[in-house]
Write a protein that binds this ligand. Sequence first.
Ligand SMILES: [Zn+2]
Length: 219
Amino acid sequence: MTQLKLLVIVPHPDDEVFGSGGTILEVLARDEPCGLVTLTLGDAGRNLGLCESRAELAELRRHELQTCLTTLGLWEQAGSWHQQHTFPDGEISAHLSEVTGVVREAFTRCQPEIVLTFPPDGLNGHPDHVATHQAVKAVWDALPPRTRPRLWYYALQAELLGTVLPGYLPPNRIHDVSLFITKKLRAMGCHRSQGITLANTLRRFPERVTHEPFHEVTA
Ligand SMILES: [Zn+2]
C-alpha cells in the first residue's frame, strides 16, 4: 500500500467535498495519493422525496459519492482509494471502539502524511462528526509523537458561524483552491439528494468554495 499524502476520515457522503474538495483536487493534481474513509452511507439524511426508504437512500448516496469521486479524479491517481463503511448514520458514537479500530487500521496501513477530519465540536455539533473526531484523535494521541501524521481539522471563521460551540478551533491555514473551482463545484453537485445542505453551504459560507479553511493541530 502506497504511503498517502492525505487521508480524509469523515462520517457522511458529501463531508469530503464540501469542506475539502479543492484540497483533494490539489493533492491529486500533484499526482500524490489520497485516501478517503466514509463511515456511514448517510441514509438518515434528507431524501427530498427522491426515494422511499432508508435502504434506497443508502444506495442513492453510495452512487452519488462514487460519481463525486470520479469527478474529483480519485481513481485516476494510482495510489488513491476510497473505503466505504456502513456504521449506522446518526449513531456512530454507539460504535466508537469499532470506528476507532477502523481508523487505527487506516493509519497503520497507509502511513499518511496528513490526516483530515472534524474538530472537537464537529464543526456544527453533529454527533457523528464529534464521534469521528474522537476516534481519530484517540488513535493520533496513542502514537509516539515523532510518528504522528500532521492532523488537520475542518474549521470555519467564528464571524461566519455567529455562535461557536464548546471545543471550537479557529482556522490557522487557508487553502486557495480557486484553480480547481470548476471541478469542485461539479463534484459538489454530484450529491443531488443533499441539495438543501449544498444550498445552505453556498449561502452561509460562499468563501469556503474557493478558500478552504482548516485548523492544523500544532501541539
Ligand atoms: Zn456530515
